[in-house]
Design a protein around this ligand. Structure first.
Ligand code: NAD
Length: 282
């Protein structure tokens, strides 16, 4: 699978970073973003359903589309690729899992400390409308429950964080923060939004300190996430790519392993570390 010199280098790596994109969840039944001709993303312009401007314009439409998306993600189960990464983390000392995915499948497979670059669709947060909050030179009031800019200054003094955590992404009217009344939205990074700087710093740090980085199932077109494998490559870390289709990274990486993640990753962890894949949880 890998030549003996690369196998030895990978085996001796003290810190491994695994960087994943939508492709790792493809075999769990979640279409990748580039598979736009079918499934979840078919006939929808992401600009109309996955931007803060779209939400400001028509919150219910954006909410309803995310309900559709989360229902598909709730049905999905981790596949052998997610499980191989979780096993690697169990057995080796230091494995950083960095994902662009919002589906929680790495965590469901047992991975810990997952760096979620683009958030997680199973969490909600307040919709912060900067324009409205700062209109007429006003200073916004920070809501103690949702941390958003409070729409009303008369927050409900009895509302608590637990009330917010109990609200789910599900069919119905767009919910509001039980304290301040701000509209709630999925805690994911929409087009045109910056990444959480603390989360990106953790990912950057992993790319800066790893001895090897395994890049799985990403087209590497969404920045700034796409820069992470190149960052590791520039430091002469060992970079291995797993993807059925070549990307711009494939020729630069020390190894390109063509094929689906659920097949290649279990083979890789078995061939390099002798780790046999764990069985699927019932
Ligand atoms: P992408 O859709 O741009 O590219 C998917 C990549 O996966 C392609 O290179 C494709 O060749 C590869 N691929 C397809 N099947 C594969 C398989 N079985 N095994 C391994 N690789 C496979 O994905 P991206 O680069 O992650 O960027 C898309 C953006 O959309 C991300 O920011 C992500 O947050 C979001 N997204 C997330 C999910 C999810 O959470 N599951 C799904 C779709 C999109």
């Amino acid at each position: 699978m890998l030549d003996p010199a690369l196998t030895r280098r990978l085996r001796e790596a003290g810190h491994i970073a695994v960087f994943t994109g939508a492709g790792i969840s493809a075999e769990s039944g979640i279409p990748t973003f580039r598979d736009r001709c079918e499934g979840l993303w078919a006939q929808v312009d992401p600009m109309e359903v996955a931007t803060p401007w779209a939400f400001r314009e028509n919150p219910q439409r954006v909410w309803d589309w995310h309900v559709h998306l989360v229902e598909a993600m709730r049905r999905a189960r981790p596949n052998a690729g997610h499980r191989a990464i979780a096993r690697l983390q169990d057995v080796l000392g230091r494995v950083s899992v960095i994902t662009q995915n919002i589906d929680n499948l790495h965590q469901d497979a047992g991975s810990r400390g997952v760096i979620e670059l683009h958030g997680n669709i199973h969490r909600l947060k307040a919709f912060v409308d900067e324009e409205a909050a700062f209109a007429d030179g006003r200073s916004p009031v920070i809501c103690p429950v949702c941390d958003g800019y409070a729409v009303h200054e008369d927050c409900d003094p009895f509302a608590a964080k637990e009330d917010l955590l109990a609200i789910r992404l599900q069919a119905g009217p767009v919910p509001r923060c039980p304290c301040c009344g701000a509209l709630l939205r999925p805690d994911i990074v929409w087009f045109g939004e910056p990444l959480d700087p603390e989360v990106f710093d953790r990912a950057w740090d992993a790319a800066d300190t790893c001895d090897a980085l395994i890049c799985v199932g990403s087209s590497l077109v969404v920045e700034p996430a796409a820069s992470l494998p190149y960052r590791a490559l520039a430091r002469n870390a060992l970079v291995i790519e797993v993807n059925p289709q070549p990307t711009q990274l494939s020729d630069l990486a020390q190894a390109y392993l063509p094929g689906p993640a659920a097949v290649i990753l279990p083979q890789l962890v078995e061939a390099v570390w002798g780790i046999s894949p764990s069985a699927e949880k019932p």
